[in-house]
Design a binder for this molecule. Structure first.
Ligand SMILES: [Zn+2]
Length: 426
């Protein structure tokens, strides 16, 4: 057991640079997925991990070009969501209907009124459920207004998931995100509106990259981070930063034999309904029981922020984390927060979401501004060293048995359902 942390922020930053800058946007199932997968496999092998391999799984992905919204004589540029509908070149025109509440809670009458209209909304909780309701209401198109003034166009979720399992995308209306300023103009002038979206959906493959440091015991801690990004974003903090922390932890722990087996997984396709972690957990099925705890790094490295930890586990786990890393003054909160960790919890494996929080992160996420210049090696080192110390602390314990309180599990299942109506992969 080393007393001084070995985690190097500058090494982690190098990985982050490679992912966010050299490779750039890492949308599931496109060419960058292959490049990234190979890079991650090589890194894990170089660090001396065992059983390094890439686990492939089928996904749908899309190539999309810029999207436009025209009303009167104005045209606004927007972004279309991955796996959303496409239009003919001249676009589609229809009467506009607006929904101007921050939360999604429409009355049946409101929903009826949306039929055959182009719906403009700026709900903060723009989710799979919202899209599902709007499809049921037979809308002609959806325009999502980015809800914070002063930030670029944002895709609250990178992809829209409805119909994914069946591959039936014909039902999907075009869905476009525009910025707040343009949205405000649109919302104060309801009239006929035209939207143009150019989205090509393709069947493809995504990968989870897996490696292992065998411990003296077979009980395992699964360390994870997703490496994919939403369309248009280099995903520097979400989540090249988390992947960089994952690789740096692999490097430093491979230098010794830990008590608990450490399994490292870089997930693909988190940004599309957590598909990578869902596939991973389901493919392991019974083998998952060796996994006693998941530590998931998602959203890391922003220049400003603080260490935040979301826990899908009971009081004992919370106390353990708090005790190990008080020095870092973490904000500890009960889950569900984060992404892939929620799938582990769904399978009854207590899970921790480890992130670097603060207002800036929230604004950057899923925008074109989530670039490397927003990342600092010090931030990666701060969160990375805290996690290193926590893992070493677990290594001194005789058991990895934690549990998830039922009330928390219930909330977790609800939260997964807002992302995907089918938590199991198939
Ligand atoms: Zn993320």
């Amino acid at each position: 057991m080393t007393s001084r942390p070995l985690f190097s922020g500058s090494r982690a930053f190098g990985v982050c640079r490679h992912l966010a800058q050299t490779i750039g946007e890492r949308v599931q199932g496109l060419e960058s997925t292959i490049t990234t997968k190979e890079y991650l496999c090589n890194q894990l092998k170089e660090h001396g991990l065992e059983k390094v391999h890439a686990q492939g799984f089928p996904v749908f992905t899309s190539r999309q070009k810029k999207a436009y919204v025209t009303f009167g004589n104005r045209t606004f540029e927007g972004l279309s969501f991955g796996l959303s509908g496409t239009t003919e070149r001249e676009g589609i025109t229809g009467p506009m209907a607006k929904y101007t509440s921050w939360s999604w809670n429409p009355t049946p009458d409101e929903l009826d009124n949306f039929a055959d209209k182009i719906v403009v909304l700026y709900t903060r909780d723009f989710s799979q459920e919202v899209v599902h309701d709007l499809i049921q209401a037979k809308v002609r198109g959806i325009i999502h207004v980015t809800y914070e003034p002063g930030i670029p166009i944002k895709l609250p979720m990178g992809f829209i998931y409805s119909g994914l399992n069946t591959g039936d995308f014909d039902l999907l209306p075009p869905i476009i995100s525009i910025n707040y300023r343009d949205g405000a103009k649109l919302l104060t002038n309801p009239r006929d509106v035209t939207i143009q979206a150019d989205v090509t959906i393709l069947q493809s493959e995504s990968f989870n990259v897996i490696g292992e440091i065998p411990g003296r015991e077979s009980d395992a801690i699964v360390l994870s981070a997703h490496y994919d990004s939403v369309p248009y974003s280099p995903g520097a903090t979400d989540n090249a930063g988390g992947t960089a922390i994952l690789l740096e932890l692999a490097r430093i722990f491979a230098q010794s034999t830990p008590r608990w087996t450490l399994r490292f997984v870089a997930f693909g396709s988190e940004e599309c309904a957590l598909q990578g972690s869902r596939y991973y957990c389901q493919s392991l099925a019974d083998g998952l029981w060796e996994s006693k705890l998941n530590l998931n790094f998602d959203v890391q490295g922003t220049r400003i922020g603080h260490l935040a930890v979301g826990i899908l586990g009971g009081k004992r786990l919370r106390t353990r984390v708090n005790h190990a890393i008080t020095h870092w003054n973490p904000k500890i909160q009960p889950g569900p927060t984060g992404g892939d960790n929620r799938i582990f919890a769904y399978y009854e494996i207590p899970a921790i979401h480890w992130w670097f929080g603060g207002g800036a992160n929230f604004l950057l996420n899923h925008t074109i501004h989530d670039r490397l210049d927003m990342v600092a090696p010090q931030s990666l080192e701060f969160a990375g060293q805290a996690s290193e110390v926590f893992i070493r602390e677990l290594d001194t314990r005789r058991t990895l048995q934690f549990s998830i309180p039922q009330s928390l599990q219930k909330k977790n299942v609800e939260s997964i359902k807002s992302i995907t109506t089918e938590p199991d992969y198939v």
